[in-house]
Design a binder for this molecule. Sequence first.
Ligand SMILES: Cc1cc2nc3c(=O)[nH]c(=O)nc-3n(C[C@H](O)[C@H](O)[C@H](O)COP(=O)(O)O)c2cc1C
Length: 212
Amino acid sequence: MYFDFAAYTPLQRYKLLSSTVTPRPVAWVSTADASGRPNAAPFSFFNVFAEDPAALGFAINHRSDTDRKDTGENVRAQREFVVNLVSEDIVEKMNVTAIEFGPDVDEFVEAGLTPAPCTMVRAPRIAESRVSFECRLMQIVPLGKRRSLVLGEVLAMHVRDDAVLDPARCLIDTPRLQLVGRMQGHHYVRMADIFEMPTIPVDAWTLKSERA
Ligand SMILES: Cc1cc2nc3c(=O)[nH]c(=O)nc-3n(C[C@H](O)[C@H](O)[C@H](O)COP(=O)(O)O)c2cc1C
């Protein structure tokens, strides 16, 4: 079936995109407002894009033209944030932080999460998360009226000790992170079916073709 996006509403396009570009990693973004009050919320329009500078991004779907969600307001005002990753054991806490609370509600308290201090930014990280990235805002790219792509430079990262195989070689035990991804809607996936497939060097491919 062919879908010409010009014929579809934003909600229909969202459904088509978010049910096919999947599983998506979840950025569990923690921020603080000017008074230091913490905030946390998950964003699955998220990925990593570069290493020099190390850059990642997530997209916020604004509630209205003036309400950019608490995360968006805090990122704009403080120009920094933390992206925490979501493991199986804390996925229900993540879900609590997705509730549309007002800015006066501290999601750390509601979800029973522990704010831990960061080194490079004032926003807290989520202590229960096995990986956290301390980020400085690079730019906010408006995507139409209702979305903003937040790009951040990763200044530092925290990884739970037992998931680091060899710090000198930056080797992480990825399966040990037990991360979850978002499928479509309210469905998630676990890291349950990993397989290996090395990239084929062009020389090896050419040699194979010549021999065939
Ligand atoms: C797994 C998951 C992924 C989500 N991804 C996004 C997203 O990519 N963009 C978005 O605007 N909202 C997303 N949401 C909804 C926000 O988390 C929700 O609106 C939240 O209340 C925003 O909180 P805040 O106002 O404290 O920033 C997602 C929710 C869940 C459960």
